[in-house]
Design a protein around this ligand. Structure first.
Ligand SMILES: NC(=O)C1=CN([C@@H]2O[C@H](COP(=O)(O)OP(=O)(O)OC[C@H]3O[C@@H](n4cnc5c(N)ncnc54)[C@H](OP(=O)(O)O)[C@@H]3O)[C@@H](O)[C@H]2O)C=CC1
Ligand SMILES: O=C1O[C@H](COP(=O)(O)O)[C@@H](O)[C@H](O)[C@H]1O
Length: 490
């Protein structure tokens, strides 16, 4: 059982408290950490949205939600009831000029307590909301601001949001969330790389011929079509989650695990990504959109039908990118990044493909080995190595798989990365949150792709739901003589 350090009493204010994120992720994560005794009954979770619920109605809704999204914890009625007492609901239009803030002001009467403002609303509200918090004198020395992704829709809007919130909160008090950084498997990259000198020796173009990072989902856009159709896979997943995973995988060792040391190293990777011209986007970026198909056992409809709109959408639900990192460590290794909805499997994984032998003494040589780092659904490692094919009658070599599943080795206590991140914000530990310059560097790199697509200079390719994406994603790798993981033989 992991040792738990209890946090000091806090006031956690969620704006957007009737929304999907709060109900599905934030409140279940809080309940689990409460059950694990990471915080005590003095904490308060102050929930804000415009809808006119009474406190009892809201708590009932939360109770129902928790039984759905954290059933293993919510089944303990005593814990659930104690938790619900910490939850307060205040109806408030936080960006309307003449709204009445007195209930929130009363709830936050003690300026000595840790105070976190979590903005689970549309990013368009971030700056006006911070202005309102300042106008009502609610920003104390102990106040922190948590911002959900996406920070903007491009470099310009990201800068505007950063400038807007920066007028009221110092950068050190701003916590930009990227829930992939809170995942055990992503955190474990640090231990794997910098706790195992033998692996770090392999971690460069000398030994690695290419790297794949995949975040594939089987779900479609669900109820989030209105948001997603404005966003697409590039903005929704690639600009943030996949680039952050890439940074953790490719960065040099930070001087320490402090927030700034980590962020400085990640930033160097982002700045070293090869910038793209329009021609390079056409050669190195594939975009696709799912059509109807069989996903698992289920016949599912196309993205267009999921949206249920009359107009034709040009939004990508899949993107794959081939890129390079301009450093002496990685300069000779292509990195392939892909993400998509309605794909063949839910999987988040990294594959480091080893280089082939220069000369083999065996008559049959299997494909070069690889290290697979599985982040989801089950965290684990798999090291594929050449091995003697057992038996007599000749000497043959084939690949064998050395596997480690985290569940078998450890008692994993965090079911969802929000559990870690919410309480890191309370503790004032920003290491797993994104600094302003990282967000802006990511957008800067993504901009030429957005611009090329805006001019419709590269095709949007259909792929059947339940597949591994458009056919040309295979060609992207085949040009380098490589295969996606699912196409590799052991
Ligand atoms: N849902 C998810 O899985 C994820 C969401 N995100 C991000 O999190 C944020 C929230 O997403 P999501 O929960 O899906 O969005 P929803 O649209 O479901 O929720 C938005 C919330 O904001 C409230 N709201 C809107 N305007 C105001 C206002 N003026 N004052 C106070 N409250 C207001 C709404 O309630 P009411 O109408 O009652 O005011 C509602 O509670 C977005 O930035 C999204 O991109 C990021 C990753 C995943
Ligand atoms: O941020 C987002 O992430 C989810 C995928 O998260 P995961 O932890 O399940 O891999 C994605 O479905 C959503 O569209 C995106 O906004």
């Amino acid at each position: 059982m992991a040792h738990i350090n209890q946090v000091d009493p806090f006031d956690f204010v969620i704006f957007g408290a009737t929304g999907d994120l709060t109900m599905r992720k934030l409140l279940p994560a809080f309940l689990r950490r409460f059950h694990a005794k990471e915080f005590a009954d003095e904490a308060r979770i102050i929930c804000i949205a415009r809808s006119a619920h009474s406190e009892d109605d809201y708590r009932q809704q939360v109770s129902k939600t928790l039984r759905e999204f954290a059933p293993e914890t919510a089944k303990s009625t005593a814990t659930l009831n104690r938790f619900l007492k910490l939850v307060q609901y205040i109806p408030l239009d936080a960006t309307k000029a003449n709204s009445d803030w007195s209930d929130l002001e009363k709830a936050l009467a003690d300026p000595t307590r840790i105070r976190v403002f979590y903005l689970a609303t549309s990013p368009a509200l971030y700056s006006p909301l911070c202005a309102a918090l300042s106008k009502h004198d609610l920003i104390t020395d102990k106040a922190r601001l948590v911002l959900e992704k996406p920070i903007g829709v491009d470099f310009t809007t990201a800068t505007e949001i950063n400038d807007g919130v920066g007028k009221f909160f110092h950068e050190s008090a701003i916590y930009r969330i990227d829930h992939y950084l809170g995942k055990e498997g992503v955190q474990n990259l640090l231990a794997l790389r910098f706790g195992n000198p033998v692996l770090e020796k392999l971690w460069s173009s000398d030994a690695i011929s290419h790297v794949q990072i995949t975040a594939a989902e089987t779900v479609g856009v669900g109820t989030r079509g209105a948001y997603y159709d404005e966003s697409g896979a590039l903005r929704d997943m690639m600009q943030n989650h996949l680039l952050q995973v890439l940074c953790m995988l490719a960065m040099d060792a930070p001087a320490s695990l402090s927030a700034d040391d980590l962020r400085n190293e990640k930033l160097k990777v982002l700045n070293a990504l090869r910038p793209m011209t329009s021609e390079m986007v056409r050669q190195n970026v594939i975009r696709g959109q799912y059509t109807a198909g069989l996903c698992g056992q289920e016949n599912v409809c196309s993205y267009q039908d999921d949206l249920g709109k009359d107009r034709t959408s040009n939004t990508e639900t899949y993107v794959a990118i081939r890129t390079k990192i301009r450093t002496s460590r990685w300069g000779n290794t292509p990195f392939y990044l892909r993400t998509g909805k309605r794909m063949a499997a839910k999987t988040t994984e990294i594959v480091l493909q080893f280089r082939p032998q220069i000369w083999s003494i065996f008559s049959n040589t299997p494909s070069p080995g690889r290290l697979v780092i599985r982040i989801a659904p089950e965290e684990g490692l798999s090291l594929v190595l050449a091995s003697k094919d057992p038996g007599a009658g000749g000497f043959r070599v084939r690949n064998a798989d050395l596997q480690m599943l985290y569940n078998d080795q450890f008692n994993i206590t965090y079911r969802d990365s929000y559990e870690r991140l919410l309480l890191d914000a309370v503790r004032g530990n920003p290491a797993l949150f994104i600094r302003r310059d990282e967000v802006e560097a990511s957008w800067r790199w993504v901009e030429p792709i957005l611009a090329t697509w805006r001019e419709d200079l590269s095709p949007l390719e259909p792929y059947p739901a339940g597949s591994w994406g458009p056919a040309s994603a295979r060609i992207l790798l085949a040009r380098d003589g490589a295969l996606w993981h699912e196409d590799m033989q052991t």
